[in-house]
Design a protein around this ligand. Structure first.
Ligand code: ZN
Length: 459
């Protein structure tokens, strides 16, 4: 661990991380996850071997605002058997074949009786759709449209779903990576989808790698890492942590981060929150293009965090955003579609945004009564009158330096402006916007002024 986050990020071994991402994606992909159950617990314990975090649980039936934690769902098998004894649809081959939260069934049905329980995608005939029935007592199968067309309508079918709905628990991850300041940012994702890669396994893997990286850094701010089943998990989390969550400033909701297509950013409901600003700046810094999507109530858990009682602005940086790619919520969103290399590209943008966030400190001047005398602190040329405004851009010899770079006349102007603006009401990001100057530059100078005891950190 170094003192400088920029150097920390530069020292990351990206190829090692890409291998870790690839292995995690491969290992976790086959697990049948849902809102609750063994699949979620297995996934969480696998992730804990990559980076430690706390897990928590809420028992079935717990009321959370307007919602209730559902029964725990577990499934061991599911199939449709033809009269000849052939398995036409088999959960063991693909866990998307059974509608998530299907009730158990064992019955012989005619085609007409079976038909209302079958889901297909005529426009994508080789894809198995992803369907759930969390809150309505039901059962069903999902199959490719090709499989469906091959069913013999005069036949009878045996349908079997070996599932259990029990009074169990809903499991999730919740851990805070502590920085120097208590000011918190949330990094949230969800882990309720069965075998699909971009939505949502990629978000889970980016979440754990980001947690592993931030744990090794010396951070200014604190980061609350939350991994819950989508919607009910986030609602239950907010219900359980109502007072703690008030401390959260803003954050990220991770989803769909490893597709081969374009980058996308979903804005927060505030549009110009600090997270929106650092995200936009991160893309500029990385010289990457992206499509900007305005905040929308469809999507992921951002709508829970942004609810009237919480109003936490969150941004999503995606690569092949949900709704925007054809394979979304189908079996074709698999490991062939995504790439660990794409996941790492998105991770780099997130890290750049976090790096900028980390530079967005707020300072209070320790020389608030008058402009400080810079000369006695080695921040001003010894020969008075040598800096005219016109010459401000030229290099002047000053005994102090910003990270071993000579302070220029331009820097001297920035020093004066930063001392002028640091009354505790403006963050460095706001000051950089006012001065139309790079945040990194403003941060470096502020650090120098802090070392000269001219500024002290507010938050
Ligand atoms: Zn989804």
């Amino acid at each position: 661990m170094k003192n400088n986050l920029t150097e920390d990020i530069e020292s990351i071994n990206w190829s090692e991380l890409e291998s870790l991402a690839q292995k995690s994606l491969e290992d976790l992909f086959p697990i049948c996850r849902s809102l609750t159950g063994e699949g979620v617990r297995r996934t969480l314990s696998y992730l804990q071997n990559i980076a430690p975090f706390k897990t928590k649980s809420i028992i079935s039936g717990t009321k959370c605002f307007d919602w209730e934690v559902p029964k725990e769902w577990n499934i061991s098998d599911g199939y449709i058997l033809s009269q000849t004894g052939k398995k036409i649809v088999d959960f063991q081959k693909n866990n998307l074949h059974v509608v998530s939260y299907s009730h158990p069934i064992k019955k012989i049905l005619t085609f007409d009786e079976l038909r209302p329980h079958l889901q297909t995608l005529p426009n994508l005939p080789n894809a198995i759709p992803y369907r759930t029935s969390y809150y309505k007592r039901d059962w069903g199968f999902c199959l490719t449209h090709k499989q469906f067309l091959n069913l013999n309508k005069n036949e009878k079918f045996e349908v079997v779903i070996n599932s259990k709905l029990t009074n169990g628990e809903m499991n999730y991850a919740d851990t805070v990576v502590k920085g120097k300041s208590d000011r918190e940012f949330i990094v949230s994702s969800y882990l309720c989808h069965p075998s699909m890669a971009n939505d949502n396994l990629s978000g889970v893997v980016l979440w754990i790698i980001l947690l592993k990286i931030l744990k090794s850094f010396n951070l200014n701010f604190s980061y609350r890492f939350v991994l819950v089943p989508e919607t009910i998990g986030a609602i239950a989390y907010l219900h359980k942590n109502k007072s703690k969550i008030k401390k959260v400033d803003s954050g990220f909701v991770l989803s769909c981060v490893a597709g081969p297509g374009d980058f996308a950013v979903k804005q927060s409901f505030q549009k110009n929150s600090v997270i929106d600003l650092v995200t936009a700046k991160a893309f500029i810094k990385k010289n990457q293009k992206y499509t900007l999507y305005p905040f929308d109530l469809n999507g992921s858990d951002e709508r829970q965090y942004s609810a009237p009682a919480f109003r936490i602005p969150t941004v999503t940086i995606a690569k092949d955003k949900y709704y925007e790619y054809d394979y979304y919520h189908t079996s074709l969103d698999n490991l062939d579609f995504i790439g660990a290399n794409h996941l790492i590209s998105t991770l780099k943008i997130y890290l750049q945004a976090i790096l900028l966030l980390e530079m967005n400190l707020t300072y209070i001047s320790k020389s608030a009564n008058c402009e400080p005398q810079l000369g006695k602190r080695g921040l001003y040329p010894n020969l008075g009158g040598s800096i005219k405004q016109k010459a401000a851009r030229s290099k002047v010899s000053i005994s102090a330096s910003i990270e071993n770079e000579v302070i220029t006349g331009e820097d001297l102007e920035l020093i004066k402006w930063i001392m002028f603006y640091t009354d505790g009401s403006k963050s460095l990001l706001e000051i950089s916007e006012l001065l139309n100057e790079d945040l990194e530059k403003i941060y470096k100078i502020a650090k120098l002024l802090e070392s000269k005891k001219l500024l002290e950190r507010k938050a």
